[in-house]
Design a protein. Sequence first.
Length: 300
Amino acid sequence: MLKILKDAKLGTKFNLFLMTVFIGGILVSGIALSRVLEQAAQQEMTSRALLLIQSMNSVRTYTSEHINPLLAPRVETEPTFTPETVPAYAATEVFEDLRKNSDYSNFFYKEATLNPTNLRDKADDFEAKLVERFRSEPGLKELSGFRSLPGTESFYIARPLAITKESCLQCHSTPEAAPKSQITTYGTENGFGWKLNEIVAAQVISVPSGEILNNAQRSLSLVMGILIAIFTIVILLINLLLRRTIIRRIRRMSKVAHEVSTGKMDIDFVDDTNDEIGALSKAFGRMKSSYEIAMKFINQ
């Protein structure tokens, strides 16, 4: 390799250097830009998820503070349970209505519970692991990451849900303490045995990540294409400048020097620039003059 570089012409060596810088610059730029765009995409997904979680929490709070007090008496007197009194039910129903909009059809919300009263809230294997981790790490307030859902790849944010009010235990402590309408509607097998301050569920919001990541990838491809085009143009311009200002002039000097070395003294080193190569040309011209004087002296 060293011998090849040693025997290579100046233009080839310079091009190899430029190509090395070009490839290194593209790789470093690509890696850095990819990380920046990935972080930006994740921030966008996080912002969407947090906005939806806050919205669902507002629905839960409104249901707990305003709807539940109004409908609670019906739970004791009606033959069937009134699920609208339950904050989790209200939040889930509101979100399902939101998903009817095509822009949100691939968004998912679930208060995934290990032992739910309503089996539609039953945690799957992935969600059960989230609940168990929240239980094993009481100080953990949030988990996030990517998961596969039917038909889409999603970014999720999960937060623990714990029993913080004694009133909640009326429906979830024992079947004997639960309202009769609840037993009639849901039976006595599920949703009991909960304890105060126990983490019983994970509030999970999932937003589709494919479109956002694809947009980031397209942005990366576009910027990298622009960078490659700019680097290519710069290399071509540098090559053109190199040939015109250095290589062509050195070749001309080399040709004149060869002619002089064979005894042709009617040719001159002509370069009227004041740069380093111009100075070298003038030095060669003086050397040629000294050579001519020396030859005349020897001949005499």
